[in-house]
Design a protein around this ligand. Structure first.
Ligand code: 9MR
Length: 569
């Protein structure tokens, strides 16, 4: 059936690291061990052993065996695993499997830029395209947009720029904000706890390369500038801007003829912008003091406006032409924004809001993970990583919340057929499960940063195994990586499946992944009764399974950069 894997042995199709555990999954009903071999690219047997039967795996519905070939450490390319007549996709053993992914996953954001041409000199002819949403016909532009007619705001805003959210051309503050934050956090964490060298000026193929500022900051700033434009004169921030009606696939940004609608302000968007602007203020403090001051003023104004308007919720039914991103709980956004403002300013009022929050000290960490609607952990990451004025014992308590959550992930992964740090109480897989998985790998990575314990580092690479092919569908969920990567992600420009003159996605883009709620017509038609990890098909119209987004790629980029730094390659 659709999504049926083509292999019985699932591996990380990209690469395993010498000196680390190397695991694969065999699908087999046998209750006794089965002999396996590793073959080199010439077909010669270079290692062998016996599998360990694991029985029925609930997440996939497969009977699985563990193949542990950790003892084989010879660097090389084109290895395969074989059991009987079955053979895996090829894989490498290499010191740094993430050297390219760390940059590809960040360059995704340049491709998603709105309001600027995407130039061949950075992306090549295949991916070059005209600017979108600058009021050049048939576009109706984002540069002079009134509020939705029924809102009667009395002003227009220039909200050009930013990143398109996903396969659609919407720009949503709560999701763009967490994504910009995470790209910036990739840099902040590397400065505070790791090695920021690889993130410097000249590391990415983007127009700002060579301007003396780390490219990763330049790319994030493209979105931060947009978030600041979404702020209303009141200090509140508009929730989103998108088309009046959904466009079809394919539609290039410059060909979008729909009117653009600026939605109402929301408390969530206001706090999200406050958080990212406050973070930006400290990052650019010496790099660009004027921008830093502008960002801080916007953040403080937004935070004050949100305190005065604490319950302005986005409309959960406003889903025509764009996603809703509605969120009924904003206590986590209050905590996150206060954490960023406190870290940047040391202000006593912000500190009181942080320490008095029910989210303080990792209370919103869970084995499901975090996303645009659950932002408390973002505040925890900042407070645990970036130097601030909290008591040492409180910082230690936040850090131990990460290790406790990481331990829960590792315990659950230890018995899984296809180990992955992600678990809902009912076993379901959410829309964007791969993004949640990648964010939970961030938790594992931080647990390693905080403790140095090797088990957490191994957990990060084991998570990459899942995303790169050691899963029950046999897909590498990262475009361009592995022998069977997803090829038909939901995107209005990378729509090769529908229009052969258009490209497939560039390398380094994360598909949303399995979603057991089957929330699009393709999923509902093809996947009834699927086990959660198998609720996936590589189809361009399956937007609830196979879309790409800025928030999922920001999580991938964070983890890929950490994994590259920590692989010593
Ligand atoms: O990622 C979002 C997911 O958490 C929600 O369950 C889903 C339905 O509301 O929406 C997802 O976000 C989509 C957004 O609404 C529009 N752009 C594409 C996003 C990814 O599919």
């Amino acid at each position: 059936g659709p999504g049926a894997p083509t292999k019985k042995i699932q591996v990380n199709q990209v690469g395993y690291l010498p000196g680390l555990p190397k695991h694969a999954t065999l699908v087999s009903d046998s209750t006794t061990p089965r002999p396996w071999t590793v073959r080199d690219s010439a077909g010669a047997t270079v290692a062998s052993g016996q599998s360990t039967p694991q029985g029925l795996d609930a997440a996939s519905g497969d009977n699985t065996h563990l193949i542990d070939f950790s003892s084989f450490d010879q660097a090389g390319t084109g290895y395969t695993l074989a059991v009987g007549d079955d053979e895996s996709f090829p894989f490498d053993i290499t010191a740094n499997p993430f050297a390219e992914l760390r940059h590809d996953s960040l360059e995704f954001f340049y491709h998603q830029r709105s309001g600027t041409p995407i130039e061949a000199k950075y992306v090549g002819d295949t991916y070059a395209r005209a600017a979108g949403h600058l009021n050049v016909a048939p576009n109706q532009g984002d540069d002079n947009v009134p509020c939705r007619a029924d809102l009667n705001c009395g002003y227009t805003l220039d909200v050009r720029g930013g990143w398109y959210d996903a396969g659609d051309h919407g720009k949503y503050v709560v999701n763009g904000g967490i994504s910009a934050w995470q790209v910036l956090d990739t840099y902040e964490r590397a400065v505070a706890l790791g090695d920021a060298d690889a993130l410097g000026d000249g590391s990415l193929k983007i127009p700002e390369s060579g301007n003396g500022v780390p490219d990763i900051l330049d790319e994030a700033r493209w979105e931060v500038e947009f978030l600041l434009r979404m702020q209303a004169p009141s200090g509140m921030v508009h929730h989103k801007i998108h088309d009046a009606n959904w466009t079809g696939l394919p539609t290039l940004p410059a060909q979008d003829a729909q009117p653009r609608r600026l939605s109402a302000v929301s408390t969530a968007a206001t706090l999200n912008t406050a958080a990212v602007a406050a973070q930006s203020a400290r990052i650019w403090k010496t790099i660009d003091p004027a921008f830093a001051a502008k960002a801080l003023a916007a953040a403080e104004k937004a935070y004050a406006a949100a305190k005065a308007n604490p319950n302005v919720l986005a409309d959960p039914n406003d889903g025509t032409g764009g996603g809703t991103y509605s969120d009924g709980t904003v206590s986590d956004e209050f905590y996150w924004a206060a954490a960023e403002l406190f870290t940047t300013t040391g202000g006593a009022a912000y500190r009181a809001d942080v320490t008095g929050s029910p989210h303080y000290r990792g209370q919103s960490l869970s084995t499901r993970g975090f996303d645009w609607a659950s932002t408390g952990p973002l505040g925890d990451i900042t407070l645990a990583v970036v130097p601030n004025g909290l008591p040492r014992a409180d910082v230690a308590a936040i850090r131990s919340a990460f290790t406790t959550t990481a331990d829960a992930h590792l315990a659950q992964m230890a018995t899984a057929g296809y180990p992955v740090p992600y678990r809902n109480p009912d076993g379901s897989y959410d829309w964007g499960s791969n993004g949640l998985v990648a964010n939970n790998a961030v938790v594992l990575a931080l647990a390693n940063d905080f403790t140095g314990a090797a088990k957490y580092r191994e957990g990060v690479y084991r998570t990459m195994d899942y995303l790169l092919g050691r899963n029950p569908t046999g897909y590498s969920y990262v475009t361009g990586y592995g022998d069977q990567p997803v090829r038909n992600v939901h995107h209005r420009f990378w729509a090769n499946q529908l229009e052969p003159s258009l490209p497939t996605a560039p390398p380094g883009v994360l598909s949303g992944g399995p979603n057991s709620a089957l929330q699009d017509p393709i999923a509902a038609r093809l996947l009834q009764g699927c086990k959660p990890q198998k609720c996936f098909v590589d189809h361009i119209e399956a937007y609830s399974l196979n879309e790409v987004t800025v928030n999922w790629n920001s999580a991938l980029a964070w983890v890929a950069n950490w994994a590259a730094e920590k692989s010593d390659g």
